[in-house]
Design a protein around this ligand. Sequence first.
Ligand code: HMG
Ligand code: MG
Length: 297
Amino acid sequence: MGKLPKSVRIVEVGPRDGLQNEARTVPTKKKAEFIRLLAAAGLKDIEVASFVHPEWVPQLADAEDLIKQIEFNPNIRYSALVPNMRGLERAIQSGIRRIAVFTAASDTFNRKNINMGIQESIDVFKPVVARAIKEGTSVRGYVSTCFVCPYEGLVAKENVADVTQALFDLGVDEVSIGDTIGAATPRDVETTVGFLLQQFPADKLAMHFHDTYGMAIANAYQSLQMGITTFDSSAGGLGGCPYAPGASGNVATEDLVYLLENLGIETGVSLKLLRRASHMIAQELARDLPSRVLKVS
Ligand code: HMG
Ligand code: MG
């Protein structure tokens, strides 16, 4: 076993990545309740909404109303996705203090997802990130399709590093490395993350695994052994990207917490309270969620 960290930071993306891909749109009040339960479970970073075009992701079209209903806890960072200046204006007006800009390591995916090529998106983000920081709003960056693109196939690690560098150059404080369609295996993680770690400090990178092939927890374990200490996950394993065919949910927060707890790594998250949040949202969606740990009562 490689050297493991003492603690790990979990970025809960269930209310955003999770709910954006559900067939059933969750009422705003229930989303706020879900977020309250996630906060009560000890999650300190929660991605709650998306200021994207409401017609592109109708499930999250209520971002403004939702944010009004959140009982903000000063110890928690609530964040939202922003694809352009219009999104930033909406975000600032809503009072959210952390945003995430998102692009990809593959051009075709990026065009399908945000209607821009990679370079075009970086150009669009430049004034967005600068203005956000000026207004006291911190910024995370996402790179999607870091391993496999649903349209272009395997993605070169050099492309991932270039886009990651471009985001850091804009001023984002961390970059989340996404396996958008959940196709990577630990060997791929070793190759790509190993390459990234030659250029970027481990504490500036987060890993964002989807679980299509059931590899997400193995990939998280691989990353952990390589020194990564920030992981994105979704309560219950909710999630997926509507513009990535075949993409299923994120690694389940419960499964990640179970692994970390049993490795003696602190997360600050209570599994018992997290289950309450996942059961509540599962009931609202009227479906069983994929988390394995959640199924064990
Ligand atoms: P576009 O059609 O190219 O936008 O969409 P546009 O700039 O040409 O503007 C067209 C109209 O949209 C204009 O209105 C704008 O004002 C309006 P009009 O003048 O015609 O009346 N508009 C907006 N309205 C509200 N909010 C906005 C906004 N922007 C423009 N922010 C756009 C470009 C980026 C907006 C669109 O493609 C979009 O919203 N895409 C979002 C797709 C998305 O949310 N995907 C899922 C999230 S990414 C993900 O899940 C991956 C991740 O989890 C990591 C991983 O797993 O890899 C993060
Ligand atoms: Mg995702």
